[in-house]
Design a protein around this ligand. Structure first.
Ligand code: ATP
Ligand code: MG
Length: 561
């Protein structure tokens, strides 16, 4: 895995801290974790966290845990737990035996909550969520203590046990840490540690009706697992004092250190599970794995190799400053990789029939074609050629403008790996549409060069009609037509109505009938493609992974210019 080799040489402020902690002997080995909440599918933003946490563990010979932060049963589902594991493995990482769930620690967390009550550091509050918010104060004004703040330890223990026993309804009471209602950091103004939620949990079922908040569960789970470095995104920076406060006030077995880094943001898409869920629920896309989605399952289905995502993450690097990465950079990483690895094939998406009138009827032959000019080891293959062929209909113009060098009446072009052909006659249907070209070929140009040295200005891809495999090809464009969906209003209004085009009756060279799922090929002159899970040998279906050139940037330049 070249990307990971590179990653091990990468340096950034987090890897520097880790190197120092190993060098100073503060830690003998590094333990990190990737802590998704199972309330949706992973998206490409998560890969930054996955590559960082698993990458550091791999590079230092430490380990990385996969821990589900499953503290909110209202939004969490088994389907998400499974998809997340599939996606992390697909990205190339493995947690071995270190699969954990915050829900495994519910009993311990409960005991620690009682310990906080006993030491006078937590209390049960009867205020509603709205009242708590109203008492919290603002950035410039201190909060107001709750009237229940000074309950006795006995009353607090009693109420907390009754919360657990299910005596109270949702939202009737919460457990709060007793820290400082005047703190300059709002997260320290007596944050909520437990709330009542009468809802079955995907893993613990009906065992609990109180659930710890993220703040109470996260750091303590880190400590239980002896995580050395708890790497999270910048929005948790202001939670760090609370993270540290809890670690200091609880009998935890280790002291993890939280370090924050900037999220990965991508232009022309949305990276928030809430928004992605809405796209799915409202039917704007076919599902979480719709190839236009920025989810890892969508990207996988589209045909993007996981190494391209690792390459993107590597290039973006790890920093403390938020930024938006241009989607074009992701596409560049995909092309850069596939240019080296994808075999070339010929496929015609919008076929126009060509009859080579001087080619003997019933004859055919095989021509040698290079599989990958970037990789001699990929070798060659034989491509069948015959009297009837298909070319791309936009490779022909009856009345070509000046700069159109492809096929036109009376003009000679090269068929890739085959022969020079000249267009002699254009056949149209009743409506005047061109339905067939009658051409002649020069047998002396076999392989693609004229012995007399004459040149042609264009080389076209083609497929032999007698041997062609019919296929469906799905072309994708950006899901959103603006760089910042939702910048002026509802992000759904920025959806690109032309993000999917389905072509049927495409013609493929025969070797494309059995491309394995997860393999990408370049359709010459058209882009990189990969079979969709809907594909069968009898009825192949290909997705366009990415075009060959960055048409998007060009279009946008034209629009703005
Ligand atoms: P979203 O904002 O999409 O709902 P989240 O932060 O709620 O995501 P979690 O399941 O809590 O999703 O995320 C798991 C881990 O992935 C967290 O440590 C989080 O910081 C990290 N993560 C989430 N989104 C990104 C991102 N865009 N870039 C880098 N890391 C991310
Ligand atoms: Mg989160």
């Amino acid at each position: 895995m070249s990307t990971n080799d590179r990653a091990s040489e990468t340096t950034d402020f987090i890897r520097d801290i880790i190197r120092d902690d190993l060098a100073s002997g503060k830690h003998e080995s590094i333990v990190t974790r990737f802590p998704p909440e199972p309330n949706g599918y992973l998206h490409i933003g998560h890969s930054k966290s996955i590559c960082l946490n698993f990458g550091i563990a791999r590079a230092t010979g430490g380990r990385c845990h996969l821990r589900f932060d499953d503290t909110n049963p209202m939004k969490e589902e088994m389907e998400y737990i499974e998809s997340i594991q599939t996606d992390v493995r697909w990205l190339g990482y493995d947690w071995g035996e270190h699969l954990y769930f915050a829900s495994d620690y519910f009993e311990t967390l409960y005991e620690w909550a009682e310990a906080l009550i006993s030491s006078g550091d937590a209390y049960v509050d009867d205020l509603s969520a709205d009242e708590i918010r109203a008492h919290r104060g603002t950035l410039t004004e201190p909060g107001t203590p709750s009237p229940h703040r000074d309950r006795s330890v006995e009353d607090n223990v009693d109420l907390f046990r009754r919360m657990r026993a299910g005596e109270f309804g949702n939202g009737a009471r919460v457990l709060r840490a007793k820290i400082d209602m005047a703190s300059g950091n709002i997260n320290l103004r007596d944050p909520v540690l437990y709330r009542i939620l009468h809802a079955p949990h995907p893993r613990t079922g009906d065992a609990w009706c109180i659930y710890p908040t993220y703040d109470f569960a996260h750091g303590q789970s880190d400590a239980i697992e002896h995580i050395t470095h708890s790497l999270c995104t910048l929005e948790f920076e202001s939670h760090r004092p609370l993270y540290d406060w809890l670690i200091e006030h609880l009998p935890v077995p280790s002291r993890p250190r939280q370090i924050e880094f900037a999220r990965l943001n991508l232009s022309s898409t949305v990276l928030s599970k809430r928004k992605l869920l809405r796209l799915v629920k409202e039917g704007h896309v076919a599902g979480w794995d719709d190839p236009r989605m920025p989810t890892l399952s969508g990207i996988r289905r589209r045909g993007v190799p996981p190494a391209a995502i690792r390459a993107l993450v590597d290039r973006v690097g790890v920093a403390k400053r938020d930024s938006v990465v241009d989607y074009a950079l992701f596409e560049h990483c995909i092309r850069d990789l596939l240019n080296r690895t994808a075999e070339r094939r010929m496929a015609v998406l919008r076929p126009l029939k060509v009859v080579i009138t001087n080619y003997p009827e019933g004859d055919s032959e095989e021509l040698e074609a290079i599989n990958n000019p970037e990789d001699p080891a990929a070798g060659t293959r034989r491509v069948p050629f015959g009297r009837e062929l298909y070319i791309e209909s936009d490779d022909f113009m009856e009345d070509p403008p000046k700069k159109f060098f492809r096929l036109a009446p009376g003009r000679e072009v090269r068929l890739r790996y085959a022969y020079f052909i000249t267009c002699d006659e254009v056949v149209k249907d009743d409506s005047g549409e061109v339905v067939e070209l009658r051409c002649s070929y020069d047998p002396a140009t076999r392989g693609g060069d004229a012995p007399d040295g004459r040149k042609v200005k264009a080389t076209l891809h083609w497929v032999s009609a007698a041997h062609a495999v019919a296929a469906e090809v799905r072309l994708y464009d950006h899901l959103f037509e603006v760089e910042q969906p939702g910048a002026d209003g509802d992000f759904v209004d920025d959806l690109n109505p032309d993000s999917l085009e389905i072509l049927t009756g495409c013609k493929l060279e025969p070797s494309l009938a059995d491309v394995e799922s997860g393999t990408q090929v370049q359709f010459e002159r058209l882009g990189y493609f990969a079979p969709d899970p809907d594909s069968t040998p009898a009825e192949p279906v290909f997705n366009r992974v990415v075009t060959l050139r960055d048409t998007w940037a060009r279009i946008r330049k034209q629009q703005s210019g």
